[in-house]
Design a protein around this ligand. Structure first.
Ligand SMILES: [Zn+2]
Length: 403
């Protein structure tokens, strides 16, 4: 075993529980966490690196990004380019995330092999970026929301075949577009897949050891996802016919809670969009998005109250949401009622558990040394998450000077 280094920050948040430890050091060796121990008890010959003013915590996890997309307000314009071009965009966006303290990103839809191949280049160390977990093209009905990624599929047998092909291609999980999404000829208030199709997707994925998460913008889509036994729901909104925001449907919330389905509310999308529309002076769309934001937050609040596990995801790449936006989502989760420690865990250990990730999301013996140092105390001040001053990925310091 290589010689270990003990990092001594002002505070440690392990995300194993909600405590902030003071006077503690974190040992890193061979790219892994060794021990967390009181500074007074370190070996006499320990190699020590001080991180004054910082809280050391696990790298954050963004459970919902689209690394192919550009965060420039458009939709799928980037997909005019060839796959090789997109793969470079994927790696560049994953690097933006890393430098913002997001050490793992989960890509919830990208074209072909673009995210899968960039994932490989990052694993090989050819470029320094956040670890990617990727679904490949999200499964969608013919010409359904996100069809330009190439994941159109139909019928229970077609769905099973597609899941098997995703597995063979190396996808880490299955992303399903379970309703429209406000894109051309897709309707957010309508579920897309039948119950039979969703059941087939989840059954096949689980047989192959893959988790399933379902994009849902309406109550019926969530009801079907819960019934199918999906692991997770993305967005979780109650859009109604005509594209208005409907009231929270308590029976849907209860079904999601009873089925133990976790939810990624992606509230950042609304917050970023509102800022943009406000600046652009677009009162009609501003009112529409205010209504959407309020309904979206109400839904997340009701889910949290019902005991649904919430995790952080931003939908980065989509509209104007950039790949460094995750601290906003943590703050939004505080607003819908999560406690300070609970919201930090939603971005670290809870996200890792919900997504079935191995070795990331907490500071504990044997975990991958994906660590960040933030200025201040994030438990007392969530804005500290935006002050990332030190990033380590797999035991290697990351940043402009390390390449
Ligand atoms: Zn998305």
């Amino acid at each position: 075993m290589a010689r270990s280094v003990w990092y001594v920050p002002d505070r440690v948040f392990t995300a194993v529980d909600d405590r902030i430890l003071e006077g503690h050091a974190v040992e890193v060796a061979d790219g892994r966490v060794g021990a967390v121990a009181p500074v007074g008890g370190l070996p006499a010959d320990a190699a020590v690196e001080r991180l004054p003013g910082l809280t050391l915590m696990p790298g954050m996890i963004d459970a919902h990004v689209h690394l192919d997309l550009l965060a420039e307000g458009g939709r799928f314009e980037a997909l005019d380019e060839e796959d090789g071009v997109l793969a470079v965009a994927v790696a560049a966006h994953a690097r933006c995330a890393l430098l913002a303290g997001v050490t793992t990103v989960r890509d919830c839809g990208s074209r072909g092999r673009t995210a899968l191949d960039a994932r490989r280049a990052i694993e090989l160390g050819w470029t320094e970026a956040a670890t990617i977990k990727a679904s490949g093209p999200s499964l969608t009905v013919p010409k359904g929301h996100c069809w330009p990624f190439g994941g159109e599929v139909s019928g229970p047998e077609g769905c099973r075949r597609s899941v098997r092909e995703h597995k063979a291609a190396g996808a880490d999980f299955i992303k399903v577009v379970g309703s429209g999404g406000g894109t051309d000829n897709t309707y957010s208030w309508q579920p897309s897949f039948s119950q039979e199709e969703l059941d087939a997707i989840v059954d096949e994925a689980h047989t192959l050891g893959m988790r399933v998460t379902v994009h849902c913008l309406c109550g019926e889509a969530m009801r079907r996802a819960a019934r199918a036994g999906a692991d997770q729901i993305e967005h979780g909104q109650f859009i109604v016919e005509g594209d208005g925001t409907g009231p929270v449907e308590p029976d849907v919330i209860d079904a999601v809670a009873a089925a133990g389905v976790a939810v990624t509310p992606t509230l950042t999308v609304a917050l970023v969009q509102l800022e943009r529309l406000d600046r652009a002076g677009d009162p009609v769309r501003l009112d529409r998005w205010k209504e959407m934001r309020d309904g979206w937050f109400d839904s997340a609040r009701a889910m949290h109250r019902a005991g649904v596990t919430l995790v952080t995801g931003t939908d980065a790449g989509w509209l104007y949401v950039d790949f460094a936006a995750l601290p906003r989502e943590v703050a939004a989760l505080r607003e819908v009622g999560l406690g300070a420690g609970e919201s930090l865990r939603a971005a670290t250990s809870t996200a890792s558990r919900v997504m079935g990730l191995d070795g990331v999301g907490s500071i504990a013996h044997g975990q991958r040394a994906d660590l960040i140092g933030v200025e201040g105390n994030p438990l007392a001040d969530v804005a500290a998450l935006s002050r990332v001053r030190w990033v380590m990925a797999g035991g290697r310091l990351a940043g402009p000077s390390t390449m």
